[in-house]
Ligand binder design. Structure first.
Ligand SMILES: *[C@@H]1O[C@H](CO)[C@@H](O)[C@H](O)[C@H]1NC(C)=O
Ligand SMILES: *[C@@H]1O[C@H](CO)[C@@H](O)[C@H](O)[C@H]1NC(C)=O
Ligand SMILES: CC(=O)N[C@H]1CO[C@H](CO)[C@@H](O)[C@@H]1O
Length: 621
């Protein structure tokens, strides 16, 4: 098997060497990456095709059996070994079975903070063959009720920490027939029962494996909620196969069983839970959890727990770079960083300041059917357009009309692939090996993510909603979320590009760029919300200078809003919706507002008179 595969690879390599000479410098790394990915996919498939299938839970259990004393979790002062967590999840599985009356396949929603309970709860549910629905800890009221219902869950596990949210939604949850439990020793909420005493009463003995008898590679292991730009979150289906593949990402990036992985990302998202904790299950490695990311504590934690690998999202690295410099900035054992959304400028600054850390930037959507990993370490790139991998996960970048918010189609009604160097919408073909499982109970939303008739009539692609660019050498660059681009004066403005420019201004700590509607104007006019560096004053002339030098006139923000803090989501993505809605009315916004004034070559305060002049069409933007 392996020999045939190698022969095929070698033949392919020889063939391609001549044909695509510009790929030649990267042929070996491309081939190596392909071989690694193929081996990983092969391993996952073999495990899950066995009878009964070997799931990630089984991989965890075999580590727990062979090396029970190995540390799985560190959280604050707590140390939990593989053996401890296995036993704990056995007790919990028994208690859940008895108290919740679960049957295999019943989804159970959890609203839990980052911590060991998240992990043993997950394992307990997996041992019962029940998918866990990971509710965003920020969900309140209707959003909480919606999340539980979207996953089809009839039980919700939480803790008194979320008492306010639970009590607010409780009448509605009860009306929907959902029973709520706290994983605590007592309950402050009438109608919510505590589970901890029951869990502690149970013996640490495994539950009957019969509960997992129905598991196939296709079974739902988890529901992870993805937030769109609009509307309520969608419950993305994570199957056993997908879980296994994503948990193997760390191994693909060279992580080892002796690694200590530091996760400050929320566990209700796939990066923290699947790549981080799941990656540790896969490797038998140690995971250091933190309730919440803290920029000032980050490196102290890394030193204290001997962390070797960190997980990031782009903003997190930016926060780290924004902390005051310290003499011990380079004193840490971190050798690799795993994550996504890191911009080239921040990436460079991070390496310069904190030393040689291998940055494994990857790209992939929770519900997506394929992704990219940077396997060459090219700064700024999310990966390579690997000709070998493309045969298995065929993707295209297609022309996208930002104004109409849909792909451009030719006279035959098909999409148009972009040329190298041009930005296009990433779509990935839906095939047997790259399936798209969609969103639970929402065929309409699932169908919306599927793009049909892309290259030929009748084909189907997963619409990533992301704009990417592949350069002539085959490096892939993330450009924008589809919603992050707006039109102004007939031009596309990429908010991330404007943000990257404004972030270089010395007095700006954080910036969030978006487009606001102006009565009587087509498209959206650029606006930026900024947070100033502590102790620094706003300098309109300097900002004007930097933005005019680096940005085309249509892209430089016309309006500016200074905020004490910029609101971010659980994964530090900036929230734009509310800012867009707020607009630029000085009568309605308490924050200081400025307008770009070309005659003064500066940003000047936006007065009520100026605002009125804009509305009356007397002042042309
Ligand atoms: C997995 O599910 C899909 C439908 O979602 C079905 O077409 C396919 O046959 C299933 N595969 C296996 C191995 O059960
Ligand atoms: C970190 O490493 C040092 C030196 O090897 C060791 O003494 C210490 O106990 C380790 N700390 C943890 C939390 O593993
Ligand atoms: C497989 C591979 O080459 N991965 C690379 C990704 O990028 C970092 C550098 O930032 C390299 O160290 C890794 O080796």
């Amino acid at each position: 098997m392996a020999v045939t595969a190698l022969a095929v690879l070698a033949a392919l390599a020889l063939l391609l060497w001549g044909v695509t000479s510009h790929f030649a410098p990267f042929l070996l790394p491309d081939l190596a990456a392909f071989a690694l990915a193929a081996r990983s996919a092969f391993r996952c498939r073999c495990r899950l095709r066995r009878q009964p299938p070997v799931t990630l839970l089984d991989v965890f259990r075999s580590h727990a059996r062979r090396r029970p004393r190995r540390v799985l979790l560190r959280f604050q002062e707590e140390v939990h070994t593989y053996g401890d967590v296995d036993a704990r999840s056995d007790r919990a599985a028994r208690a859940l079975l008895r108290r919740l009356g679960l049957r295999p396949g019943c989804a159970v929603a959890v609203l839990l903070p980052n911590g060991p309970a998240y992990v043993w709860c997950w394992l307990a549910l997996a041992k019962l063959g029940c998918p866990m629905a990971c509710v965003n800890t920020g969900a309140r009221g209707a959003a909480l009720r919606h999340a539980v219902a979207a996953a089809g869950a009839t039980r919700l596990l939480s803790t008194p920490e979320f008492r306010v949210a639970v009590e607010e939604a409780l009448p509605d949850l009860h009306r929907d027939g959902v029973r709520v439990f706290y994983l605590s020793s007592t309950s402050p909420t009438p109608g919510v029962e505590p589970l901890l005493p029951d869990i502690e009463d149970e013996p640490p003995e495994p539950v009957d494996p019969q509960y997992r008898a129905g598991i196939t590679p296709n079974s739902t292991a988890l529901y992870i909620f993805t937030s769109g730009t609009t509307g309520l979150p969608k419950a993305a289906v994570i199957t056993e196969m997908k879980l296994m593949m994503v948990a193997n990402l760390g191994r693909l990036c060279g992580l080892r069983p002796d690694d200590v992985i530091y996760t400050t990302l929320p566990l209700y998202h796939s990066a923290g839970l699947l790549v981080g904790v799941g990656g540790c299950f896969e490797l038998g490695a140690t995971c250091v959890l933190r309730a919440k990311f803290s920029a000032s504590q980050f490196w102290d934690d890394c030193r204290r727990y001997n962390v070797t690998v960190i997980q990031y999202v782009g903003e997190l690295i930016r926060y780290l770079c924004n902390t005051p410099k310290r003499p011990d900035d380079r004193e840490h054992g971190v050798r690799a960083a795993l994550g996504n959304g890191l911009r080239a400028d921040v990436w460079r600054e991070f390496l310069q300041r904190f030393g040689p850390v291998a940055v494994w930037e990857f790209y992939g959507a929770t519900e997506g059917n394929a992704g990219f990993v940077n396997y060459t370490g090219k700064i700024g790139a999310v990966g390579r357009a690997n000709v070998f991998l493309r045969r298995f996960a065929p993707y295209e970048l297609i022309e996208y009309d930002v104004e109409e918010d849909e792909p451009v189609r030719d006279e035959r009604g098909l999409c148009i692939p972009v040329y190298p160097g041009d930005t296009g919408l990433l779509v990935i073909k839906i095939t047997k090996s790259t399936p798209f499982h969609g969103y639970m109970g929402d065929t309409q939303k699932t169908e919306k993510k599927i793009l049909r008739d892309v290259l030929v009539k009748g084909d189907a692609y997963f619409n990533s909603g992301d704009l990417l660019m592949i350069d002539r050498e085959g490096f892939v660059y993330f450009q924008d979320r589809v919603g992050d681009t707006f039109r102004w004066k007939g031009e596309n403005v990429a908010t991330t590009e404007v943000e990257a420019t404004m972030a270089t201004v010395s007095f700006i700590q954080e910036v969030n760029v978006y487009g606001v509607t102006v009565p009587g104007c087509e498209g959206r006019c650029g606006m930026a919300a900024v947070r100033l560096r502590p102790g620094r004053a706003f300098d309109g002339k300097q900002l004007y200078g930097v933005t005019s030098a680096a940005l085309p006139a249509y892209a430089a923000p016309r309006f500016l809003r200074i905020q004490d803090s910029l609101e971010v989501t659980g994964t530090f993505k900036q929230r734009k919706t509310q800012l867009v809605r707020d607009g630029f009315d000085p009568g309605a916004i308490a924050d200081p507002l400025f307008i770009r004034d070309d005659s003064a070559a500066s940003y000047v305060p936006l007065t009520h008179d100026t605002f009125a002049a804009i509305l009356d069409g007397k002042l042309n933007l």
